[in-house]
Design a binder for this molecule. Structure first.
Ligand SMILES: [Zn+2]
Length: 686
């Protein structure tokens, strides 16, 4: 690790923020906080915090001494001055003489001492920053430091390595008591450049932003160098089957095993989204013969607990072509995981007087020997965070084991952290959208109706994959939907292409819950004269395309065992043929029966099949030229053609998207066709 300080960039930060009236102190605080935040070997996902002591005007225009501390949960890599709320220093320092202070009191006093009443909550480690005298204070959970302190003799190794340059603070949970303990250790030896917090992380400090930052780097470099010395080889690999099942086969089984029926709504499931990672370091760790020891020893730093839980789920190695065995073993492993978590909660809750409410007991990280690791979360974003932290943790544990033996905090300490109200507050209030945890696949995803449907499903909380034969176009639409939306190339006329596309979706999210089979193409021709070839082409897309997609989806849904939803775009042509439109209407009519067949054959598995019968939507299929042609065939203007329905309203792609969304949410409707056409009695279904 090297210092990232560059004089010209530091000056540029001062100049840039000066335009917004921000003083150089705070500008440099932002600059070095970002330098720390951009290195995953120092902090990840909202971990760590920094501060600067300065003076500022309060709302009455009076100058007061303040400490600007990073807000709780904000990310150091992208921090802005507003993310470092100013807190009155004299008020915080008065608290040091107290013998005890509850968390609630601490948060209230911190909020009451804010210069700006609407500022975010300052870090839970604010008092530690306030009690230290230095102008700049930096705190990280550096990987190299953790590999050294997460040892039975971690404090002794640090004492030898740092030789008086740092104070060593025994493990105390973050908050008031840690702030007091750290300040006392500092006061006993004020020449130190930093403090090492046993089994937690490191603080460095200095009179300038550069000094505090570069001391952090120097102290971490010493730890990195120590980790290169006297290493033993880790880990001895366990015996693995010759052929391991692919991610696309394993993920739906894992996802299904880690889902639960939603007790509040009949037919609903609470599902997880997955993020898969692999590589030599992950496999070396996950394939180790002693994984059950070092892989279950606990977190590397306490604030990972809320994202990863205290231990990962360990699975059997998945043997290729024996996925039924894997499924059985995995379900037993998840049950054991849940029982262990519930026993841990009951034991610990009794210790603290029965005041806590249990969190969901399901794993957030799974290690699969031979394959890699999965992060699990209610959204793709949460699954990625869990995977990032797990990947970081296994590297820290690997280094810890290479120089000694990894040891985490005790069970009591873990529980206190996991169920600490201030940590839970970082996760935010849990009002979830209706499709959170669900994965929606939309074919013809780059088209007008497909893209509008993707947008509507994402807005309802689903993770969305847009499948289209035009991959770049799908990519563009996916980008517009959001950072986690997937674009996958898929030609529904090719069985191989459909299989590969579904494998990609499963690798990307872990499975499939909702399919909107929407890809289609239109051919015209008078039925008595049309070439058979034209008819066959249309059947390939407008019937077999739907069948292939539905079949691929059902396979994944059955592996998950958590029901599912198949939605089809069948068009009005399925029930009400237009002149010379047979080549399009015939396969659509067959698809309408296909919907009912899926409803019949898979109702017992909870898989619903419904269709939308839309008409006259401006799209890639019904282009302006095509509209002009159809209007001419009926002897009306283009406008009258589009609004020629009972309501006299043009129907849009967004209307169709809302109908699909509605069907996805109707848990007690299957075999249904919803009409979205402004009213057309000739096309009304009996
Ligand atoms: Zn910390």
């Amino acid at each position: 690790m090297k210092s990232g300080w560059i004089d010209s960039e530091a000056q540029a930060a001062i100049d840039r923020y000066a335009r917004d009236g921000i003083a150089p102190d705070l500008a440099l605080r932002v600059y070095t906080t970002r330098l720390l935040g951009r290195d995953p070997k120092l902090v990840l996902h909202g971990g760590g915090n920094t501060s600067v002591k300065t003076t500022m005007s309060d709302l009455l225009g009076e100058e007061v001494a303040v400490v600007c501390v990073k807000g709780s949960g904000s990310d150091m890599a992208t921090v802005e001055p507003a993310d470092l709320p100013a807190v009155r220093l004299d008020r915080l320092r008065k608290l040091r003489t107290r013998a005890a202070l509850s968390d609630e009191e601490m948060v209230r006093i911190q909020r009451e001492s804010l210069l700006e009443p609407t500022a975010p909550n300052p870090s839970v480690e604010t008092l530690l920053h306030a009690f230290l005298p230095h102008k700049f204070v930096d705190h990280t959970h550096a990987s190299a430091i953790l590999s050294i302190v997460d040892q039975p003799d971690g404090e002794a190794i640090c004492a030898e390595l740092y030789d008086g340059r740092v104070g060593i603070v025994p493990y105390v949970m973050p908050g008031f008591l840690l702030a007091k303990a750290a300040a006392e250790i500092y006061d006993a030896k004020p020449v130190v450049e930093g403090l090492i917090l046993h089994k937690h992380g490191i603080f460095s400090f200095g009179d300038s932003a550069r000094e505090a930052y570069e001391r952090m780097i120097a102290l971490v470099v010493l730890a990195e160098e120590r980790l290169q010395k006297k290493r033993k080889a880790v880990f001895v690999t366990t015996h693995l089957p010759q052929a391991i099942a692919p991610v696309a086969a394993v993920a739906p089984i894992l996802r299904g095993a880690c889902s639960r029926k939603d007790e509040r709504i009949e037919g609903a499931w609470r599902r997880m989204i997955l993020e898969f990672r692999t590589g030599p370091a992950i496999l070396n760790f996950a394939n180790g013969a002693q994984l059950a020891r070092y892989g279950q020893a606990g977190v590397v730093t306490p604030d990972h607990t809320i994202r990863t839980k205290n231990w990962p789920l360990l699975t059997a190695p998945p043997q290729r072509d024996r996925t039924d065995d894997f499924k059985r073993a995995l379900r037993a492993a998840v049950t054991a995981f849940v029982q262990r978590y519930e026993a841990y909660f009951a034991r610990q809750n009794a210790r603290v007087g029965g005041i806590k409410r249990p969190l969901d007991p399901l794993p957030r990280v799974a290690l699969v020997p031979g394959l890699g690791l999965f992060g699990l979360g209610r959204s793709k974003k949460d699954a990625r965070i869990a995977a990032d932290l797990a990947q970081c943790a296994l590297e820290i544990i690997t280094d810890a084991e290479a120089i000694g033996r990894f040891e985490s905090i005790s069970e009591d300490e873990m529980f206190d952290m996991e169920y600490w109200s201030l940590e839970q507050a970082k996760l935010g209030a849990a009002t979830e959208k209706p499709l959170v945890g669900q994965i929606a696949v939309i074919t013809g995803g780059a088209g007008t109706i497909g893209a509008a449907t993707g947008k509507a499903f994402a807005a309802a909380g689903a993770e969305v994959a847009l499948l289209d034969v035009d991959q770049p176009a799908a990519e563009e639409k996916a980008k517009a939907i959001g950072a986690t939306a997937l674009a996958v190339k898929c030609d529904v006329t090719s069985p191989v292409s459909v299989t590969e596309a579904f494998a990609q979706v499963v690798e990307g999210f872990g499975g499939v819950d909702i399919v909107v089979s929407n890809a289609g193409a239109a051919w015209q021709g008078r039925i008595g004269e049309v070439e058979e070839e034209v008819l066959r082409k249309s059947f390939e897309v407008n019937f077999y395309g739907h069948q292939r997609v539905a079949q691929a989806a059902v396979k994944v849904m059955l592996a998950q065992g958590t029901a599912g939803c198949l939605l089809f775009n069948v068009s009005k042509q399925a029930v009400n043929p237009g002149a010379n439109f047979g080549p399009y209407g015939l396969p659509k009519a067959a698809t309408l029966l296909l919907v009912r067949q899926y409803a019949v054959d898979y109702g017992a598995d909870g898989i619903r099949a419904n269709a939308v019968n839309a008409d006259r939507i401006r799209s890639g299929l019904l282009t302006d030229t095509f509209i002009a042609e159809r209007a001419k065939a009926r002897g009306v203007s283009a406008k009258d053609y589009l609004t020629g329905n009972l309501l006299g309203r043009e129907v849009t792609a967004e209307d169709v998207a809302q109908a699909f969304l509605h069907q996805a949410l109707e848990l007690k409707t299957t075999g249904d066709v919803t009409t979205v056409d402004g009213g057309n009695i000739a096309a009304a279904l009996r």
